[in-house]
Design a protein. Structure first.
Length: 299
């Protein structure tokens, strides 16, 4: 059941879905393949939201003025909640029926348990518009647990539907998963940058940030050029051009992230880049995931 404090955020969920949701396929394919791609996309978006929530909570702690952290937090919490319910029980407005596969349902129910604990930490932040440093550490810990279990669910979804549907090739399913994971990396990296700035587990977060930044860069290269047996190269000119836009947008925040990871002092210009430029990278990668949905072979 949805928590009462989320109700006020639902008015903006439709806008949030448009901004960081899915792009429907542009031509006729089987209903099963369309829904499978959408499930992989929306499940992958849940990973991103888990880290977006923690990032927004960190911005509340540090008082970052270059982003509207309270609204960003409320939007992400509401969207995660409604998307989780849609993945489990279906939502005709976004083209999902109830999840019928028993292993995936069981995995999603585990995420529900994680979410209940995680969202409890968020209630006070939503009510007060502030996050203490001890609360921030707990939010990050719970968010990482949620991320790990949601990641397992996405991987399971991509493999099961990719194996089962002839017009949803496994390699495409896995590529949608990896492209979707890039959205999460933008938010995880921004969160780790912010935690360093906030003085929370600084050395550990520097190590995590270096790894997250490298993974985003390596995966973006693989999406552009392919990696045999792991990810297909950009399957059409539209996706190739979109990934190039993401690569170009990534360069400025990447420099700020790498600087923070090596222990250099964080500047206001870098804070601004992580709070704002990273949103452009997120938007571009989200659009790319929608384009991959359209790349399902026509039936």
């Amino acid at each position: 059941m949805m928590k009462p404090y989320l109700a006020g955020s639902l008015a903006i969920v439709a806008i949030a879905v448009t901004q960081i949701g899915f792009v429907p396929p542009a031509f006729a394919q089987s209903d099963e393949a369309i829904e499978a791609a959408r499930r992989v996309n929306i499940s992958g978006r849940q990973r991103m939201l888990s880290q977006r929530i923690s990032k927004a909570a960190c911005f509340l702690n540090t008082g970052t003025e270059t982003t509207d952290a309270p609204n960003q937090l409320a939007d992400a919490v509401a969207l995660f909640e409604t998307s989780l319910q849609a993945l489990l029980h279906g939502d005709e407005n976004i083209g999902l029926g109830p999840e019928q596969n028993p292993p995936i349902r069981e995995s999603l129910l585990g995420v529900v348990d994680d979410w209940e604990g995680f969202s409890d930490y968020l209630q006070k932040a939503l009510e007060d518009g502030n996050v203490t440093r001890p609360a921030l550490a707990e939010i990050d810990k719970s968010g990482l647990k949620l991320l790990a279990d949601m990641n397992s669910t996405v991987n399971q979804t991509a493999h099961i539907y990719g194996d089962a549907l002839p017009d949803m090739p496994l390699m495409l399913s896995l590529t949608i998963d990896l492209a979707g994971r890039q959205r999460m990396f933008t938010q995880k990296a921004a969160k780790e940058f912010c935690l360093i700035d906030a003085g929370v587990d600084v050395e550990e977060n520097r190590a995590r940030l270096a790894k997250t930044t490298q993974l985003f860069t390596t995966t973006l290269d693989a999406l552009q050029n392919g990696m045999p047996g792991v990810v297909m190269a950009a399957p059409n000119d539209q996706i190739r051009a979109q990934l190039k836009l993401a690569f170009d947008a990534w360069e400025t925040p990447k420099a700020a992230l790498e600087s923070a990871a090596t222990g250099n002092p964080i500047t206001d210009a870098q804070r601004n880049s992580i709070a704002n430029d990273m949103e452009q990278v997120l938007t571009l990668m989200n659009e790319a995931v929608g384009m991959y949905e359209q790349a399902i072979p026509a039936s």
